[in-house]
Design a protein around this ligand. Sequence first.
Ligand code: DP6
Length: 352
Amino acid sequence: MTQIYQASCTAPVNIATLKYWGKRDTKLNLPTNSSISVTLSQDDLRTLTTASCSSSFEQDTLYLNGEPHPIDTPRTLACLADLRALRAELESKDDKLPKLSTFKLRIVSENNFPTAAGLASSAAGFAALISAIAKLYELPQNSSELSMIARKGSGSACRSLFGGYVAWEMGELEDGSDSKAVEVAPVDHWPEMQALICVVCDVKKDVSSTSGMQLTVATSDLFQERIKNVVPKRFIEMKKSIIDKDFAKFAELTIKDSNSFHACCLDSYPPIFYMNDTSKKIIKLVNLLNEAAGKIIAAYTFDAGPNAVIYYLKENENKVLGLFNKVFGHLEGWEKAESLKSKFEILEKFPI
Ligand code: DP6
């Protein structure tokens, strides 16, 4: 019997509070700006990946949520090639190591949340894939070094290599060797932080992030202003607000950055709309909530789709959830009568 080597890892979903939108190099997946995210708790939204390899396996195989998937995309192939090269380097230095780099891989990956829910599944997916194979290969690289491989799979995936508050530093070098994720603060730095995920629509988005951001880079003037004059300052301020645990500042910057990103989408030609009417109702509701409180107690952010993530502190949970339940609870009747597209449901409330 030939031996099978195996390792498993989980990686959580991360939600950007300062958005990555735009690539300066599509092959290496290098961004036009640095970004920041909050990684959700491992217990809630995560991908679990098991990687195994053996001299008896005949080809690389991948199963996602029980379905076989071909491993033929340039991004996945680039990740596997990088990981194998690092393993081969170890093997070249130590004769006793089994030659895992030459074996075919079997990868089995499961999400514990509906993939169709429009949540950032590719980020958790690539992060778990890279972590599981790195563990299988016993690679000595740290999370930042591995994040550079995950980045080639999907940009936002590099941030899911860390828990808590994470920055993806865009870097300056042409080979991408300084474009990596780093920890801003661990999760226990700010345990009061909560995230409410509102699934407005679970239909797959019509413009993918990858193509949407390239259209924005090519056509939006507003985007040029964003990357030159807005994001660099915001990146520094947001990191400081996290370190200082200044919720009002963090929330203001998060809201402004979501608005700025969606404004750039609208400024693309032809325009891209990710938010729908229910998303706009959520924005109004958060504004009302903050006005009524006399200070910012909740922040919304929207990725490349209509679903919202609301950040708030535990001390304001009753206010935030109370209002959301009241408003959307009332609307349930007619919301249901409308198509599923405008249905709003609180998927769950997640501690970070
Ligand atoms: C709006 O990481 O999905 O969620 O690198 O092309 O795979 P690719 O794009 P992806 O883009 C995420 C865009 C975003 C913002 C963010 O997560 O920072």
